[in-house]
Design a protein around this ligand. Structure first.
Ligand code: F3S
Length: 754
């Protein structure tokens, strides 16, 4: 059903030659990460070595995965590319829009109703363009990908930050924005700065209460939330080989919390067992045939300091269970020190809710080990003192753990099974009483625990731990409980102790499912109609942006001179605006409302040069647009840093801004602007920023001879009749200049497709 064996065979067939070429180019032993990256170069076999942390490289990913919130704009854009089918196998997963309230069935039905138009749209686009569609209730993107699509040595991009989960099965899997997904689906290369490499050597073997989750909780404590930025984390050593494939997935998943580009484990017996257990024995066989290429070279792992930019060593035999938090995932506490930390910091010791599951920790192994504790609670006459919820990661896992009796066991302990979806992990949690904003504690087996993430209450202290520790603490109802050393009082007044959790990596009777929730696309999608209600306020079909008019741009009004930090969040805010992600006109009403106007230090208050009045940025820009007058946005250093949200580039383009002129750009945003046909320019002399005045009309000259490396000339026409002529640099190459001329990269693809 779900995986593309021919594609994987083609990838494996080219591995030996590509790796031989990489070995020659790099001229030293290779890490696994390097093998996979060099095997996926757009240029084919490597002709040279790329510099880590410096070179920008074009790659050819094998797959694309999208979740429902981000897929909307990615697919609306893809529709603009004029293609009949996606260029690489792609899937859509409906998981983010289901709110947890009372329990799986009711919550799912409510979500289907509320999000019907979005689901119908995603289903119909998927059907038309050859994209696999996983319906609401089928599961969480990363768990479904691990069970069905991840394969050792593969490369995937996904429109979600926890895409690295697939690294548990040896895949380079990276979270991206919708525009990147659209490009790859349209057959374009995908650009990435060649990452730095962090090696994590795992020695020893876990036992008792320690779980795979504790490895990443420990690593997060060492590296902090920024420590992995721009790097791929590669795990190796006998300890790595002892972990289950899903345990490895947990570690890679939460690598996102240290800012890593992705994380990865090599192919081993556990990977083969998981592939076989999930119906993919043929892939395991193919992987076995090239196994030497699906792990780093022996010499690399023998002397890691010589080949990685940074090396960390963790002895699993000594690793304690950890609890991380509150409010940040890198505040790591070994369980033996946690009770003290709770007391010393005055965190609420009473535990209100324990939540297990999510894309991070909902494998059969996780659920079976947590259920072994729930069973002990029942046997030892303990009732859970906290509320307790279970979010299965996929229908396959849910069906199997129900068959094997675990859901029943949780029920006896008072647990509530939620829909197979993100739910509380993404704030889709109608938690009763959260609006009172009381100080309280919860613990989850999820990955993120920033303030307000789960329930919107800034005073909820959220901690992160393994499902086993979450379950034990929920039984105790107390954050200061250490299950390794402490006892609990049962219904008969006796002191009882929880034994170590026990579980199975995979079900002895095999996985089972009645309806996995997958919908295959039509063989021939040409007749499929894409459903979008023209009256919808959540979805809007895109129209192509107009091509460049062929002349210099004269008399552009200054819309705003932004001062200081201006991230993609300042340009296109998230929060309540998320629901308009599929409607460019509506979401454009948040354009630049977070940017600080250098002339009055206010946000969302700029001078309308047509009326002389001050107004909101989007409304002012709409007036210029209505009169057919172009405008320009001026910004400071590192403009557009933050998440690679394509809306931050599309909104100004849609509303008629023609150029963004800044001291410097965050590179991803700069590329996104270029893709949308916008002029992304930098002051040749950064102090010229100070010359820009509030009433300026600006001319951009030199566009008729726009060429790589040639600056453009800008004339700042001031309201007193004086002017300054300045130079602006750009980084457009020949191809990107064609995007500008065509009106957008998609327009150009479309022209080629027809
Ligand atoms: Fe969903 Fe939370 Fe994972 S939002 S994709 S379950 S990190």
């Amino acid at each position: 059903m779900a995986f593309d064996i021919d594609m994987i065979k083609a990838v494996y067939d080219r591995f030996p030659d590509r790796i031989a070429a990489a070995r020659k180019a790099v001229d030293k032993p290779l890490t696994l990460t390097e093998k996979i990256l060099y095997a996926h170069l757009t240029e084919g076999p490597a002709s040279k070595a790329y510099e880590r942390g410096k070179s920008y490289v074009d790659f050819q990913p094998d797959r694309v995965a999208m979740q429902d919130a981000t897929a909307q704009m990615a697919l609306l854009q893809f529709m603009q590319a004029g293609k009949d089918q996606v260029a690489v196998p792609s899937t859509v997963h409906c998981d983010h829009l289901i709110q947890a309230e009372v329990g799986a069935e009711k919550d799912l039905n409510k979500a289907k109703d509320k999000n019907r138009e979005v689901y119908d749209f995603l289903a119909s686009v998927s059907n038309k363009y050859g994209i696999g569609f996983w319906k609401p209730g089928a599961g969480i993107i990363h768990q479904v990908v691990l069970e069905n699509y991840a394969f050792p040595g593969g490369m995937m991009i996904g429109t979600d930050s926890h895409t690295p989960n697939a690294g548990g099965l040896g895949m380079v899997a990276i979270g991206v924005g919708g525009a990147d997904a659209c490009d790859v689906m349209a057959g374009l290369p995908w650009e990435l700065k060649f990452p730095k490499l962090i090696g994590v050597k795992l020695t020893g073997k876990m036992s008792g209460w320690t779980a795979a989750k504790d490895v990443i909780l420990k690593v997060a404590g060492i590296l902090t939330v920024k420590g992995g930025t721009g790097a791929i984390v590669e795990y190796f050593g006998e300890g790595a080989r002892s972990l289950s494939a899903t345990g490895k997935g947990t570690i890679c998943n939460m690598g996102a919390e240290i800012g890593a580009t992705t994380s990865i484990f090599g192919y081993d017996e556990k990977s083969a067992a998981y592939l076989k257990g999930t119906g993919r024995a043929d892939i395991a066989e193919m992987a076995d045939a090239i196994a030497e290429h699906l792990t780093g070279d022996d010499e690399v792992y023998a002397n890691p300091e010589k080949y990685f930019d940074q090396v960390i060593e963790i002895n699993l035999s000594e690793l304690e269970p950890h609890v991380n938090g509150p409010f940040t995932p890198d505040l790591a506490w070994p369980i033996s020190k946690f009770a003290n930390a709770v007391k010393e910091n005055g965190w609420p010791a009473k535990l209100e809710v324990g939540l297990i599951g999510s894309c991070t920790n909902s494998s059969y192994e996780d659920i079976s080990r947590a259920a072994s504790l729930a069973q002990q609670a029942v046997d030892k006459k303990l009732t859970a003192k906290s509320e307790y919820t279970i979010t299965p990661g996929s229908e396959q896992v849910r069906f199997t753990v129900e068959r094997d009796g675990f859901l029943d066991t949780f029920g006896k302990m008072g647990g509530v099974v939620l829909a197979n979806a993100c739910g509380p992990c993404i704030g889709q949690w109608a938690r009763h009483g959260a609006d009172k904003q009381e100080k309280n504690s919860i613990i989850t087996s999820f990955n993120r625990n920033f303030a307000k993430r789960a329930d919107g209450n800034p005073n909820t202290h959220a901690f992160v731990a393994s499902p086993e520790i979450v379950t034990a603490l929920a039984i105790a109802g107390d954050l200061t409980f250490n299950p390794i050393t402490d006892t609990l009082t049962n219904a008969d007044g006796e002191q009882v102790k929880l034994e170590e959790p026990r579980g199975l990596e995979m079900p002895t009777k095999g996985f089972a499912v009645e309806d996995a929730g997958y919908q295959a696309p039509a063989e021939d999608g040409s007749k499929v109609e894409v459903i979008v209600d023209p009256k919808s306020d959540r979805l809007q079909l895109l129209e192509s942006f107009p091509a460049w008019e062929g002349t210099d741009l004269k008399g552009l009004k200054l819309l705003i001179k932004a001062k200081g930090k201006c991230t993609t969040d300042h340009i296109s805010m998230a929060g309540p605006w998320l629901k308009y992600r599929g409607h460019l006109d509506n979401i454009s009403n948040n354009m630049l409302i977070g940017a600080v106007n250098a002339f009055n230090d206010s946000t969302n208050r700029v001078k309308n040069q047509l009326t002389g009045e001050y107004g909101e940025v989007p409304a002012t820009q709409r007036q210029y647009k209505a009169k057919g007058i172009g405008s320009i946005v001026v910004g400071d250093e590192n403009y557009g840093e933050g998440s690679s949200r394509e809306h931050a580039a599309m909104e100004p383009r849609f509303l008629g801004v023609r150029a963004i002129l800044v001291k410097s750009f965050a590179r991803i945003h700069e590329t996104n602007l270029k893709k949308q046909g916008m002029l992304a320019l930098t002051f040749a002399n950064p102090s010229d920023y100070d010359l820009v005045q509030e009433d300026d009309s600006i001319d951009i000259n030199g566009l008729t001879s726009f060429a790589p490396g040639e600056p453009l000339e800008l004339v700042l026409n001031h309201s007193d009749g004086s002017s300054h002529t300045i130079l602006a640099n750009h980084t457009y190459n020949e191809g990107q200049i064609e995007w500008f001329k065509a009106g957008s990269a998609l327009n150009l693809i479309k022209a080629g497709a027809n």
